[in-house]
Design a protein around this ligand. Structure first.
Ligand SMILES: Nc1ncnc2c1ncn2[C@@H]1O[C@H](COP(=O)(O)OP(=O)(O)OP(=O)(O)O)[C@@H](O)[C@H]1O
Ligand SMILES: [Mg+2]
Length: 244
């Protein structure tokens, strides 16, 4: 049986995923199929299971039951190596901004010249050219987020998972990051991203996964989910989100 259509997007899917801790079911996703080119944005209230789902999709957590499929087969360590994830609180190395990027590029076995050119291009992409020599640990929150995304992009991932990458950022830093995400998506990087920002979902998403109580309550084209949600859970979340 062919589970996925590898020619469309990254072909990411979940079947019968269940995760429980101390008697509570944290994730219960019967089926989810992310076949389109994305970006896919995951929305839902605090504690809905968005971060857990993202971690499962990237293979960082094994569920108690079910499986994650990637490009037509069960997710493997090789697949994971072709994916990247950016956490809400970026973990940066205690060295310069440029050295954080160089670290990733060295692991790809690239020669010094090529690494230098790649670092310049990446820094320009994230608007961090003038920060190259600054210690990564002294960057502002928004700059650190940008560097974390650049470092993820430096691995040239097929799929990039982002967990609320702009949650603590000002509008202009958010714009820079959204632009980076849009460009990566246009280059063919499959983006799967968690956000609480409904405006951001409207700006970026091709499709939206709405979660509540560990379940996917709705998944569809962004416009359909945002403008005409089918479930009451989605309607309620979106109504709450729009009241500011
Ligand atoms: N290791 C764990 N043990 C017990 N409960 C856990 C564990 N990890 C997560 N949870 C619980 O699972 C639920 C879903 O967590 P998750 O981090 O996925 O939520 P979320 O949708 O990302 O929320 P937020 O919007 O606040 O980031 C939460 O109630 C959380 O407390
Ligand atoms: Mg979360």
């Amino acid at each position: 049986m062919r589970d996925l259509a590898p020619e469309t997007g990254a072909g990411l899917a979940v079947r019968g995923l269940r995760l429980a801790r101390k008697g509570s079911v944290l994730l219960d996703v019967a089926a989810l199929q992310l076949d389109g080119p994305g970006p896919t944005l995951i929305l839902g209230p605090n504690g809905a299971g968005k971060s857990l789902l993202l971690r499962c999709l990237h293979g960082l957590i094994s569920a108690d039951q079910g499986r994650v499929l990637y490009r037509g087969g069960v997710l493997t360590a090789e697949h994971m190596a072709r994916q990247a994830m950016v956490f809400q609180q970026p973990v940066l190395l205690r060295r310069s901004v440029a050295a954080n990027l160089d670290f990733v590029l060295k692991r790809q076995g690239l020669c010094r010249e090529i690494r230098k050119a790649r670092i310049s291009a990446l820094l320009a992409e994230g608007g961090l050219q003038d920060k190259a020599r600054q210690s990564a640990r002294s960057l502002s929150g928004g700059e650190a987020q940008r560097l974390a995304i650049l470092r993820a992009l430096a691995t040239d991932p097929e799929t990039l998972f982002l967990d609320e990458p702009t949650s603590a950022l000002d509008p202009s830093a958010t714009q820079v990051i959204e632009q980076m995400i849009r460009r990566a998506s246009a280059r063919g990087v499959r983006i799967v991203m968690v956000t609480h920002d409904i405006g951001q979902a409207r700006r970026l998403a091709a499709d939206i996964v709405m979660m509540q109580g560990g379940r996917v309550v709705e998944h569809g084209a962004a416009k359909q989910v945002l403008d005409a949600p089918i479930t009451q859970a989605a309607r309620r979340y979106l109504a709450g989100g729009l009241v500011t």
